[in-house]
Design a protein around this ligand. Structure first.
Ligand code: HPA
Length: 270
């Protein structure tokens, strides 16, 4: 595993000939942030040794190196999901490569179903914490002590400092943001009404099919993490309607400029 991470990082290093301070993982329908990057290099996932390939519509599958908010960034336009059939090691592999490349700050975005009755479709939520409901843990197995400790602390998985900065940026720019707990599930089914209700009772504000494995692996390696969700559909009793991946993407794309503005300004302040 360590050798594979190193080989992939070496390949990317040769391609970009520089160093990034910030890593970004963009969720379904949220790739628009890439248009704000002064792009220096685009690498398709299929050209990166050992990288899995995205199989989901709305996930482009390319790594972009360039400048955003005055800083060098490496953005993943498209991520790997557990429901695609990848192992947890594959899902989180790019995060390990980013760390090997010297990236110490990870910004992640995702599309979610809203559980908190106050949230509206199209709203943003800064992730304060998560509940891991995936059936497998990304750190299961022998610990790689070169990467991090056997029992990583998760008391502040999502950096309070970055959350505070993001909240101030939103306020200054008249963007309404919620703050709350992300429940990570394996999917690929959206939840039944009874499941949405259960996740609300468990303490969740939104539910989605990604992010948690990446954040766990990032925290294992002591990266600073910021996460933001877009609420693309409602899991609130009485408001639940039939949904599709296309509708999720459509709502995500509409709210994306607000998210991009927060991300860009946050990067400037990191
Ligand atoms: N549930 C799980 N994942 C999601 C949802 C949802 O309602 N919406 C977007 N991703």
């Amino acid at each position: 595993m360590l050798k594979t991470i190193e080989a992939t990082a070496n390949f990317i290093n040769e391609q970009i000939k520089g160093q990034a301070e910030v890593g970004i993982i963009l969720g379904s329908g949220l790739g628009g942030l890439v248009n704000e990057i002064e792009i220096e290099k685009t690498i398709h996932y299929e050209d990166i040794p050992n990288f899995p390939i995205t199989t989901v519509d709305g996930h482009h599958g390319q790594l972009i190196y360039g400048i955003l908010g005055g800083k060098k960034v490496l953005a993943m336009q498209g991520r790997f999901h557990y429901y695609e059939g990848y192992s947890m090691q594959e899902v989180t592999f790019p995060v390990r490569v980013l760390k090997k490349l010297g990236v110490n700050n990870l910004l992640v975005s995702n599309a979610t179903g809203g559980l908190n009755p106050v949230y509206k479709i199209g709203d943003l939520m800064i992730i304060t914490d998560h509940i891991n409901m995936f059936p497998e843990h990304p750190l299961h197995g022998k610990n790689l002590s070169e990467l991090g400790p056997r029992f990583p602390d998760m008391s502040q998985a999502y950096s309070k400092e970055l959350r505070n900065k993001a909240r101030m940026i939103a306020l200054k720019n008249n963007i309404d943001v919620n703050e709350g707990v992300y429940v990570g599930v394996q999917g690929p089914t959206f939840e039944t009404p009874a499941e949405y209700k259960m996740f609300r009772i468990l303490g969740g504000d939104v539910v989605g099919m990604s992010t948690v494995p990446e954040v766990i692996v990032a925290r294992h390696m002591n990266m600073k993490v910021f996460g933001i969700s877009i609420i693309t559909d409602s899991g609130v009793p009485g408001e639940i309607v039939e949904i599709s991946h296309e509708e999720v993407q459509e709502v995500a794309m509409k709210s994306e400029p607000k998210m991009t503005l927060i991300m860009k300004n946050l990067i400037a302040e990191i």
